[in-house]
Design a protein around this ligand. Structure first.
Ligand code: FHN
Length: 436
């Protein structure tokens, strides 16, 4: 009976959906303070995982392509990740220096990693029969990592969603209003049972999805938790790197590339440590240099990095991926103050260097030593008091009348992936306008 009333509560607002606005009331938008807190985190773990790992193919996208739909949709009957250990996954994120973790609770294939009451296509009907989302939420609380949830808008498995295979024609027998009620029921379970810090929507680009639905759901979510942060992939669009005042969502989400330097609106790059989002045997993994420089160039652009690992079908993360993340964490143990809680800029990141800043400190991240000196673009009305290697020796420099600073680089830079020189200024580095 309770479930019926829940559905009624969810259904009623849709009676007037057609009259519903396609934009949201600005007063319910996530506060600047919360967005500043999110952007201070700088580094998060993305996890793409599900029964598809039994085939080692891409989650969602291999359904009906490299894996026949019938085969794909029955993989959950074999899915039994007996070596899954939520604490081990969260500790891997912690030791990487990551501050938040985002799990694909439901990807485009529609399989739910939590005991939802809304559909049988969930983890409790696999041989594993345990609440993956709940275990990760508890482990994140234990290790002080912010717990976040990835949730797909499109659902190629749900008969009420009109598109059943990517690129196929809309099914006239589908029912979008009913589908959106299902979505709201699932989101109500996730928000009220696991209290995510952030919701990472995805799959918002197919024709059945409209901003009227998105606005209704954003408003619904904010009633459940006014503080939950929501990315820009709930609103109906495919322009993920952009955020405007009309966007239904709180931050932009450039993908598989580092976003542009942007001091005005929040953004987070999502990127894979390998090539595939879900686990793939012998996939190519990024070098430590690529990993560290991606994180630093993202922070240098004033953005966050959501870095993806794909755990294996038995529940373990690949040792080599955990080791690479630990190496990133070891680097952050030394240089983390030049990443966490900083602002990007004022220089545009490039192949030679990037810059971050906090208070009166300007952190210059040097990726390679091209000569014995490095001249930074002029920054007007800014005076350098002293320069030194972070955790290291004094650096000699000179500053000419237009403010350009030339650093005398040491014979051997301390870190071949990224060496950090601190310039202590006479003023607040965060107020320096971006140097184009
Ligand atoms: O289709 C998804 C893809 O599988 C993956 O989840 C990425 C992660 O950002 N998002 C979509 C592609 O843009």
């Amino acid at each position: 009976m309770k479930y019926f009333f829940n559905l009624l509560i969810l259904f009623l607002p849709f009676c007037q959906l057609k009259a519903q606005s396609s934009s949201i009331d600005p007063s319910i938008k996530t506060s600047k303070a919360l967005m500043d807190d999110f952007m201070d985190q700088r580094f998060g773990m993305f996890i793409h995982w599900g029964p598809v790992t039994l085939r080692g193919t891409e989650i969602g996208w291999s359904r009906g392509t490299s894996v026949p739909t019938e085969d794909y949709d029955n993989l959950y009957k074999e899915f039994n990740p007996v070596l899954f250990d939520a604490n081990a996954w969260v500790k891997a994120a912690k030791e990487a220096g990551m501050k938040y973790l985002t799990i694909t609770a439901k990807h485009h294939d529609g399989f739910c990693l939590w005991p939802t009451k809304v559909s049988n296509y969930n983890i409790m009907n696999s041989p594993y029969k345990k609440d993956i989302v709940g275990e990760l939420a508890r482990a994140c609380k234990k290790y002080d990592i912010k717990f976040c949830i990835y949730f797909t808008v499109l659902d190629w498995h749900d008969p009420d969603y009109p598109i059943h295979i990517s690129g196929s024609k809309a099914d006239p027998n589908a029912n979008m209003d009913k589908f959106v009620i299902t979505m709201k029921s699932e989101l109500q379970e996730l928000v009220t049972n696991y209290h995510p810090y952030m919701l990472w929507f995805d799959g918002n680009w197919e024709s059945p999805w409209k901003n009227e639905y998105a606005a209704n759901i954003y408003t619904f979510l904010k009633k459940l938790d006014p503080n939950v942060i929501i990315n820009n992939r709930l609103g109906a669009n495919d322009n993920h790197p952009t955020l405007t005042h009309e966007t239904i969502g709180d931050f932009a989400t450039p993908e598989q590339r580092i976003g542009e330097l942007n001091m005005k609106t929040p953004w987070e790059t999502c990127m894979t440590i390998c090539n595939q989002w879900a686990w793939k045997p012998n996939d190519t993994m990024k070098t430590l240099k690529q990993c560290i420089q991606t994180l630093v160039k993202t922070a240098g652009g004033n953005g966050n990095l959501l870095f993806n690992v794909g755990p294996m079908p038995d529940g373990r993360m690949e040792e080599r991926q955990v080791k690479r993340l630990k190496e990133m964490g070891d680097w952050l143990k030394i240089y983390g103050e030049s990443v966490y809680g900083t602002k990007g800029g004022p220089f545009k990141p490039n192949e030679a260097f990037a810059a971050t800043r906090k208070g009166n400190k300007l952190y210059v991240h040097i990726f390679e030593k091209k000569s014995n000196t490095l001249t930074l673009p002029a920054i007007a009305n800014v005076k350098v008091k002293q320069a030194y290697l972070l955790k290291g020796d004094k650096i000699n420099y000179n500053q000419d009348t237009d403010g350009a600073v030339t650093l005398q680089l040491p014979g051997q830079l301390p870190d071949s992936n990224d060496s950090v020189i601190v310039l202590e200024l006479t003023t607040n580095a965060e107020t320096i306008p971006v140097v184009s």
